[in-house]
Design a protein around this ligand. Structure first.
Ligand SMILES: Cc1cc2nc3c(=O)[nH]c(=O)nc-3n(C[C@H](O)[C@H](O)[C@H](O)COP(=O)(O)OP(=O)(O)OC[C@H]3O[C@@H](n4cnc5c(N)ncnc54)[C@H](O)[C@@H]3O)c2cc1C
Length: 665
């Protein structure tokens, strides 16, 4: 019988029957690995094409993943009837700057799919029962609402391409019900631990996967004609501690640790942009969207100082904005803007923001700290849109922020919310948004982190393996996950319909079972938390904000050493601890990948937050490219891909042609 320990030391019986090693076999046409936003849309669209589909998720699909707790703003909906932006506008922006809307690197394929299918995907979700429009006329007369369609917009009231989702907090429940309706088989609380290659050969076709039930410890083998990898991007690589502030992975679902990257790497897939990272607030983070600010979900809230004096807003031309309405509109002569422009985004695309002189003016005594988000100073519709519609449907805000604050007596008609302040170098990302930790605390990029390289079919470099969502290199946010999920579901179904059911290699399965159960076969040892703390320290010390050949190589040596020593000593007392331990090994693999990619980029890069002390030249044009890494029997091969690989042979040289040929529509 396995046991777990309560924080106060009380020993309780493990509440589920434990059957380590017991095997369960599943066979399906299309296998979805990770049932988050991308995985659910993929499953739905594959099932609609008449194939048998199974979804495997570490959590419960009904709420799992970073989108499981909601979405309040739906990006890229230029197909909606009110949008003033066209695909040509978006491509002009992308061709000039290679950015997505967060100012990180974008990818031409996902960028095009997003803008092409975003609004249609939102309509799919509406058919599943999610009301995104203002059907009850709660916001009648608001300038962000279109009276005919009742669609409500966020950020840019002029161009109208980001849609507020009124019932966004329920989106995952609706997707789950649709999976059920379509007869998709759902395997909840199964952690996928490896991909299976044809004949057990690394680099050959993917024919299935293995999994561990995180409650019973039972083993799963999944056999499939086609698989879709959609486990999001790695988190908790540099900072992770359950003791300090719960999950330290800023916002994301703690189940998303990088297992998808680790298993695809072990199976021989090619990756790109793994070297990118950004500073992290780690354990200093405030509850997401739970303190006053003026950015992202709280955009463009009025901020006042301790005496109630309003902080001015300016546009990209430096013009001071007199009205709230102007904060939601492009500057004179500006076509489109990024609402939350981080450092590095050309000024030309910067949206309205709080005056960048604020820190200086605070120092001079012109404004007095602390600052407050003053919803009372907003027009009524804006006030209720920010607190109620946005905060309330945005991920992780319904219960911890909206309901808790409301029950505690917070009234946006009367009360202000204190805004925490962070150093001025984060000003353009939003001075009240996060809170920044020590400079060695880092995390993978916000939405466009490294990931698997893919083609116009959203197929990875491995036959039989497709990918979607944040698993992709430069994945994007919610609507990008939904649209790429939708697209990959069609492509994987098409592939499965042409393929025979493969055989699994018994030897590969047996080896994986030995690896998976090693920590429960130990009598005692160290816990996963110690192992994880050691891994984070290595990444902070040797792959932090400033890197060099020597620090990186030392980091690799330490990672190998910790794997061979502490990695062999780690033990788990129950299936929960076993899953957490296996996650440490995933993070270890991802850390190695990050260091290999960092060694290969011999130049600094501002968008990737990448500083090489031995190559301090920032953004030299010859390094404006993807650095790729791939592994074969332990040998790591670095390579490169041009930034527009998606328009070079074997692909056509226009987006339209490639989409027409590949999209399956
Ligand atoms: C608090 C918060 C608010 C957000 N708000 C917005 C917003 O308003 N608008 C917007 O555009 N974006 C928003 N985002 C971003 C958006 O939620 C993500 O971009 C989106 O969820 C990514 O989809 P995905 O399918 O790639 O990953 P996820 O939705 O995170 O799904 C990944 C899935 O993989 C599963 N998984 C992981 N490892 C394993 C394993 N080993 N085995 C089996 N399953 C596994 C996880 O359980 C999870 O279900 C928000 C994110 C957060 C965290």
């Amino acid at each position: 019988m396995a046991f777990y320990e309560e924080p106060l030391g009380e020993i309780k019986e493990w509440p589920y029957p434990v059957n380590y090693e017991k095997e369960n076999e599943v066979s399906t046409d299309v296998l979805i690995l990770g049932g988050g936003i991308a995985g659910c849309h993929a499953a739905i669209n594959a099932a609609k094409r008449g194939v048998k589909v199974a979804v495997v998720d570490k959590g419960p699909v009904i709420r799992s993943g970073s989108g499981g707790a909601g979405v309040d703003h739906w990006h890229g909906a230029i197909g909606n009837p009110c949008s003033k932006l066209t695909m040509d506008d978006m491509l002009e922006f992308f061709n000039a700057h290679k950015h997505n809307f967060t100012g990180e690197y974008g990818n031409g394929i996902t960028f095009y799919i997003l803008f092409k299918e975003s609004y249609d995907t939102l309509l799919d979700v509406e058919k599943m029962g999610i009301k995104f429009r203002d059907e009850d006329d709660d916001f009648k007369g608001a300038e962000f609402r279109d009276d005919e369609t009742k669609i409500m917009f966020a950020y840019d009231y002029e161009n109208r391409h980001v849609i507020r989702v009124r019932q966004g907090a329920e989106i995952k429940v609706a997707l789950y019900k649709e999976l059920k309706r379509l007869g998709v088989k759902i395997y909840n609380r199964i952690m996928v631990t490896s991909l299976l290659n044809e004949d057990g050969e690394q680099g050959s076709r993917i024919v299935g996967a293995t999994g561990l039930n995180t409650r019973t410890g039972e083993f799963y083998t999944f056999k499939a004609k086609a698989s879709i990898l959609s486990m999001a991007s790695p988190k908790g690589i540099w900072v992770f501690s359950t003791e300090l502030a719960g999950s330290t992975m800023s916002l994301d679902d703690p189940n998303c640790v990088g297992d998808g990257d680790a298993i695809a790497w072990n199976a021989g897939a090619q990756f790109a942009h793994m070297e990118g990272s950004m500073q992290s607030s780690g354990t200093f983070h405030y509850p997401p969207y739970g303190t006053g600010n003026a950015h992202n979900t709280w955009y463009a809230c009025t901020i006042v100082d301790a005496d109630g004096k309003e902080i001015p807003w300016v546009d990209r031309n430096g013009k001071e904005l007199k009205t709230v309405s102007e904060r939601y509109r492009p500057a004179d002569g500006q076509k489109l803007f990024l609402f939350n422009p981080p450092p590095g985004v050309p000024r030309e695309y910067a949206g309205p923001y709080l005056t960048p002189e604020l820190p200086e003016r605070v120092k001079k005594g012109e404004f007095k700290l602390p600052l407050y988000a003053d919803l009372t100073g907003m027009p009524e519709h804006e006030r209720r849109a920010l607190f109620g519609l946005m905060v309330g449907n945005e991920g992780k805000t319904r219960i911890p922020i909206y309901e808790t604050y409301t029950q505690a007596g917070f009234d946006p008609d009367k009360d202000m919310l204190q805004a925490n302040i962070v150093p001025p170098d984060m000003l353009l990302r939003g001075p009240w948004w996060g809170g920044v930790g020590p400079r060695q605390w880092r995390e993978t990029m916000f939405v466009s982190s490294g990931g698997v390289v893919f083609d116009w079919d959203l197929k990875t470099s491995l036959d039989g393996l497709f990918a979607a969502g944040n698993q992709l290199v430069n994945g994007g946010a919610h609507s990008a996950a939904a649209t790429t999920g939708r697209y990959s579901g069609r492509k994987a179904a098409e592939y499965a319909l042409k393929s025979d059911m493969p055989e699994l290699d018994r030897n590969q399965i047996d080896q994986e079972k030995v690896r998976v159960y090693a920590p429960v076969n130990m009598e005692n040892g160290i816990s996963w938390k110690e192992l994880q703390a050691g891994l984070c320290r290595i990444m902070q010390d040797y792959c932090g904000e400033y890197k060099s050949e020597e620090t990186l190589k030392t980091g690799l040596r330490w990672l190998e050493s910790i794997k061979e020593s502490e990695g062999e000593m780690v033990y788990a007392r129950n299936p929960h601890e076993l899953a957490r331990t296996l996650e440490c090994f995933s993070r270890l693999t991802v850390s190695q990948m990050i260091i290999h990619a960092s060694l290969a980029r011999k130049a600094s890069n501002s968008i990737l937050g990448f500083n090489r002390l031995d190559y301090p030249d920032m953004d030299p044009p010859e390094w404006e490219k993807f650095i790729t890494i791939q592994q074969n029997n332990g040998d790591v091969k670095a390579g490169e891909l041009p930034f527009n690989y998606w328009l070079l042979p074997p692909y056509a040289n226009t987006y339209e042609e490639n989409y027409k040929k590949h999209s399956g529509i």
